[in-house]
Write a protein that binds this ligand. Structure first.
Ligand SMILES: [Mn+2]
Length: 322
């Protein structure tokens, strides 16, 4: 058994109060992984108090209900941080309040949070790592747990386009499906069924993308458009994944304004240059080919766009040279 997995199983056994957090602005992988881990621990240890925390998101409520925890009242609790490499992006938990912190993540390493840091950049998703943990440490996954894990893997791997090497993602999913007997065709609509107004909004984006000669595409989506198509700012950023595999586009970014936070959310994807280092200079970060940034003013957005365009230019030049 992987020594990290053994150590994590041991900690779960030792602690009676366990809190599971993930990143702000959650996606299916973040929410599904925390709820799956919570429910699997409860299944094995029914007397333990296990909580999955963070801001609830209406569209993910079918994954399970999130918990509220008063951290001031916690004593000797264990905190899990899933799918989140940096302390500043943890939603709803303060690592200082816990006796121990365990990170399980598939993003490039950023902040040290505790003694056990299980970081696997090769893993497709946090849900893949939780699946590996449950299978290896012999935790049972019932139908709800298995469906959540499958959803997270499918979402982050873009339906198995990006999987870990050697077939590991597929192997783990095969074991999960076999053991839990879930029907994956009934799971897909939960991720892929979409309203017509959203598809129309996607057409609007396609129609209005600005594409440079270097292959950088971008669009600032203003409030009026979001209102016209009756979508929310979150939908605008999630659609970014639908612009892959376009010949003329190497890297692309969508910007929407988050009223609640009072700043611009930029979602960036690339099938060419690595973009996380560029994003990290603009209050952001992420994976080499999928990053995001939160920006306060228009000027910095233009600066970020220039830097991404330059990265595309450099990438094209290197390809020609080789
Ligand atoms: Mn993830």
């Amino acid at each position: 058994m992987n020594s990290k997995i053994r150590a994590i199983a041991k900690r779960i056994k030792e602690y009676n109060t366990i809190v599971i957090a993930r990143h702000i602005g959650p996606d299916p992988d973040a929410v599904a992984s925390q709820i799956a881990l919570r429910d699997a621990i409860k299944l094995r240890y029914p007397s333990k108090s296990v909580y999955a925390v963070g801001t609830p998101v209406a569209k993910y409520k079918s994954y399970g209900i999130l918990d509220k925890v008063n951290e001031e009242k916690l004593e000797n609790a264990l905190l899990f941080v899933l799918d989140c490499p940096n302390i500043s992006r943890i939603d709803g938990a303060n690592i200082e309040k816990y006796a121990e912190v365990i990170k399980i993540d598939h993003h490039p390493f950023e902040d040290k949070m505790g003694d056990i840091e299980w970081v696997d950049e090769n893993a497709s998703s946090a849900c893949e790592m939780i699946t590996e943990f449950l299978i290896t440490a012999r935790f049972r996954a019932n139908k709800d747990i298995a469906e959540n894990l499958f959803i997270g893997v499918v979402a982050d791997s873009d339906r198995f386009l990006f999987t870990s090497p050697g077939g590991k993602t597929l192997e783990l999913m095969s074991i999960l499906i076999k053991n839990s007997k879930i029907d994956i065709t009934s799971v897909y609509p939960r991720l892929y069924l979409r309203p017509l107004n959203e598809v129309k909004f996607q057409s609007y984006i396609t129609e209005h993308l600005k594409v440079t000669a270097n292959g950088f595409a971008s669009l600032k989506i203003d409030k009026k458009v979001i209102e016209k198509y009756k979508v929310d700012a979150g939908t605008a950023s999630n659609l970014v994944n639908n612009f892959n595999n376009i010949k003329e586009i190497l890297c692309w970014a969508l910007v929407s304004y988050d009223e609640k936070l009072g700043l611009f959310k930029v979602n960036i994807r690339s099938r060419g240059p690595a973009i996380n280092e560029v994003a990290s200079k603009f209050n952001g970060g992420g994976h080499a080919h999928a990053s995001g940034a939160r920006i306060k003013n228009q000027k910095d957005i233009d600066k970020l766009f220039k830097a991404l365009d330059a990265a595309c230019k450099e990438f094209k030049k290197n390809q020609k040279d080789n």
